[in-house]
Design a protein. Structure first.
Length: 70
C-alpha cells in the first residue's frame, strides 16, 4: 500500500514541514507534497490546485490530506 500525503497549509509552512521531515529521514516512506495557501488567495483556484496535486499523488491507494486551515 502506498498512500500519498498532501499538506495544505498557510504559506511557507508546508514546504518547511516537508524539509524538516527529509532532514530527519532523507528518503520518506510515502510520497509527500505541499500546497501552500498565500494570504488573500482565491478559494476556487486553491481548491482546483489542491485537487490537481491530490490526483498526482494518488497511485491507487488514495491520498491523506492534512490541513492547518479550512
Amino acid at each position: 500500500m502506498s498512500v500519498g500525503v498532501l499538506l495544505m497549509t498557510h504559506e511557507a509552512v508546508g514546504q518547511a514541514l516537508v524539509s524538516a521531515a527529509r532532514h530527519v529521514m532523507p528518503k520518506l516512506p510515502l510520497t509527500v507534497d505541499a500546497v501552500e495557501v498565500p494570504p488573500g488567495a482565491d478559494p476556487d483556484i486553491m481548491r482546483s490546485l489542491t485537487a490537481k496535486h491530490a490526483r498526482e499523488l494518488d497511485t491507487g491507494d488514495g491520498v491523506l490530506v492534512l490541513a492547518d486551515l479550512y
